[in-house]
Design a protein around this ligand. Structure first.
Ligand SMILES: Nc1ncnc2c1ncn2[C@@H]1O[C@H](COP(=O)(O)OP(=O)(O)OP(=O)(O)O)[C@@H](O)[C@H]1O
Length: 291
């Protein structure tokens, strides 16, 4: 089990994270927050690239930095930007990374073959990566992070640049990988984690706001989400009164999904909140550019 205990991180006088407490067992965890909330900072501490200013991170009761190599052997990490050599093939690249990790040559060969099949790159294993799509490169990145069969797999914004089809494939792969390990996935895109995460962690104002399953998180705004149809002329006034979640043109009217804490009128349809609704509501004060 991986435990983050009373962890804070300051950069000089700037406080990036405050009093973070988290527990991870096997499964997929979605670290979901807008850009700049501190996801990468938390991930860098989990991967020992940064040290907490206060508090500690424990793996099976031991402080991770004191475990040194032993911890890094348990860890697979795909950073936001992963470096690869475009003139290398996936096979050559993975062999190179395995050598850097000091892995046994015989084991390496077998392992690379299996991993390339797992990430569906076996048919291009000897092709140079320079012609690969974003999705193919991300899968090479995952294979690289999986080389040592890690107990903890950490992926920082792994779906950036993937098309919708590649995202689906990627999600299915993660579910497969999470059966017997901790997978922590950071993203600011709700749909990346909505269908696969066992738990969602949301960070707001430098602290953990929620760490729970999706149903419980959605219950936070249960009874507050509605849909209704209004005339376009009335839209601006309506948006001032209620928080608009989404809007769609339908038969000359505006179909609007929104949050209201007032008692409903007869023309409002109560609807079940989803994770996107919670995300938009929780981070409503952040600029839309950040979200
Ligand atoms: N080395 C650093 N020195 C000073 N401030 C930093 C440093 N690294 C991060 N920060 C600040 O800490 C805050 C959190 O940054 P972080 O990169 O962890 O956010 P994030 O949620 O991962 O966003 P993104 O997805 O854009 O990386 C930001 O305000 C950032 O400017």
């Amino acid at each position: 089990m991986l435990i983050v205990q009373n962890v804070s991180k300051n950069f000089g006088k700037f406080e990036a994270l405050r009093n973070i407490n988290l527990e991870f067992t096997n499964g997929v965890y979605g670290l979901l927050a807008p850009n700049g909330a501190g996801k990468t900072t938390l991930i860098k501490m989990l991967t020992t690239l940064l040290f907490p200013t206060n508090g500690e991170i424990l793996y099976n009761g031991n402080e991770i930095t004191s475990l040194n190599e032993k911890y890094r052997d348990l860890l697979g990490y795909l950073p936001q930007q992963f470096g690869y050599y475009k003139n290398y093939s996936p096979e050559k690249y993975l062999t190179y990374i395995a050598a850097l990790k000091g892995m046994d040559k015989k084991i390496t060969k077998e392992r690379i073959k299996k991993l390339l099949t797992l990430v569906a790159l076996d048919d291009v294993s000897t092709k140079k990566m320079k012609k690969f799509s974003g999705g193919m490169l991300q899968r090479v990145g995952i294979a690289q992070a999986m080389l040592n069969d890690p107990k903890i797999l950490i992926l920082d914004e792994p779906t950036a640049g993937l098309d919708p089809k590649e995202r689906v494939r990627f999600r299915n792969l993660l579910t497969e990988l999470a059966r017997n390990r901790i997978v922590i996935l950071s993203t600011h895109i709700v749909s990346d984690v909505e269908s696969i995460a066992n738990e969602i962690i949301m960070i707001k104002d430098k602290e953990v706001l929620y760490k729970d399953n999706i149903e419980n998180i959605c219950n936070v705004i249960s009874g507050l989400v509605y849909e209704t149809e209004i005339d376009y002329e009335y839209a601006e006034e309506f948006r001032k009164k209620y928080f608009s979640l989404s809007e769609k043109q339908e038969d000359g009217k505006l179909k609007i999904r929104f949050i209201s804490e007032n008692s409903p009128t007869f023309s409002w349809q109560p609807v079940k909140p989803n994770l996107e609704d919670v995300f938009l509501y929780i981070y409503k004060d952040e600029t839309s550019e950040q979200v």
